[in-house]
Design a protein around this ligand. Structure first.
Ligand SMILES: [Fe+2]
Length: 389
């Protein structure tokens, strides 16, 4: 019996065409919006419709589109400076995980001061704990990947330190998450595949985590079912709105499950890879998931077996050991079907960087390593990184 505590302050609105509710939601939260969006939206009909909707609901706005993948601390701090100067009272983040994580951090810095980096979790270093709630925050994901629309997390890259760390605080749960699969139909196939792997990794890692419970298992397994049902269709035909809806829901549920149970070893290895190479987050996970599953067995066997059964119902009735052993092969097949072929070395990690990489994994992502079902030493991490090269 495990204690279960559920706290989820975000209003989630998900459905085809849900974006039409933005103006009304923003109008109920503030008068001036800091609208931060991914640069690909600039000049688009979607962005124009968003801005018109805000105006129609009595909300003025300031635009900010300086967003890069693996969002940088310096850019976020610059955004917060503009947000303060313009006296915005509600933050709206539209785009992929980087845009939304930037918006979350800006909403926090706006009310609590300082720089965004101060709030990130770092072992044995000062961490600024916010005392005030963040500014009201509306997020609108345009990818189905990070699940940040349902988490208290914001991942921030600090290129000058070669470190990527995470703010983890209930203060940055979005106030409203508006999830509209119609915004996701133009994501290219490879990006759909890699962000989809991130979604899967969240649900999978939350499911196998030592911090999982019946509640997180339920939502994580549903997320995995939706992923298994629709990832191939979403990659093959981006305009398949039902597949996009499944992936968007899988993503939100995956985020929700890690908000409660946390992630494990794949994210502890994936995040440092992005800090060293700027590799896309989903790709960093794809590059280590299979190796980690093989290394972890027979720990977590029962849960690996359950996931394998979802991917391949013909495994039903076989022994748990057989089912679990099939999982790496099933993932390999999936990667092939959706065009994913990645490695740490392929992303540019150098052999001589591995000791510093392990240091980063062990300091910034220790909590994730500790959640993994198999005890993991520094040597284990080092060996795994070599295997992923
Ligand atoms: Fe992730």
């Amino acid at each position: 019996m495990k204690d279960i505590m559920i706290s989820f302050p975000t209003k989630v609105m998900i459905g085809d065409g849900m974006l039409k509710n933005l103006g009304e939601q923003a109008g109920s939260l503030g008068k001036k919006a800091f609208v931060l969006y991914d640069p690909f939206l600039k000049g688009s009909a979607t962005l124009q419709a968003i801005l018109d909707d805000l105006k129609a609901n009595g909300v003025s706005y300031t635009e900010f589109d300086d967003v890069v993948p693996n969002p940088r601390n310096t850019t976020i701090d610059r955004g917060a400076g503009i947000c303060a100067q313009e006296k915005c009272d509600v933050v709206i983040g539209i785009g992929g995980g980087s845009a939304i994580d930037s918006a979350k951090a800006i909403a926090l810095v706006m009310t609590n001061g300082g720089t965004c980096w101060e709030y990130t979790e770092r072992q044995n270093e000062y961490v600024h704990r916010p005392e005030k709630p963040a500014l009201p925050l509306i997020v609108i994901p345009t990818t189905a990947g990070t699940g940040t629309e349902a988490t208290p997390c914001s991942v921030i890259n600090n290129p000058s330190l070669k470190r990527k760390c995470t703010i983890i605080n209930p203060a940055i749960y979005p106030t409203v998450s508006l999830i509209d699969p119609a915004l996701m139909t133009s994501i290219p196939p490879l990006s759909t595949a890699l962000t989809g792997i991130d979604t899967f990794a969240h649900a999978f890692e939350a499911y196998i985590s030592k911090n999982s419970n019946d509640w997180t298992d339920t939502i994580a397994l549903r997320s995995i079912e939706l992923f298994a049902r629709s990832i191939r269709a979403a990659v093959k035909d981006g305009s398949d709105i039902e597949a996009r809806y499944d992936m968007a829901l899988a993503c939100m549920l995956g985020g929700w499950s890690i908000a409660q149970a946390g992630v494990t070893l794949p994210h502890a290895l994936g995040q440092p890879l992005s800090a060293f190479t700027d590799a896309p987050h989903g790709g960093t996970l794809a590059a280590c998931l299979v190796q980690i599953i093989e290394w972890t067995l027979p720990y977590g066997e029962e849960k690996f077996a359950k996931v394998a059964e979802i991917f391949d119902p013909s495994l039903v009735g076989k022994s748990k050991a057989e089912q679990a052993a099939a999982l790496p092969g099933l993932l390999h097949k999936l990667y092939k079907d959706i065009g994913v072929d990645v490695s740490f070395g392929g992303y540019g990690l150098k052999e001589e960087e591995i000791p510093a990489f392990v240091d980063l994994a062990y300091t910034a992502f220790k909590q994730d390593i500790d959640g993994h079902p198999k005890p993991t030493s520094r040597e284990d991490v080092e060996q795994l990184v070599h295997q992923c090269m």
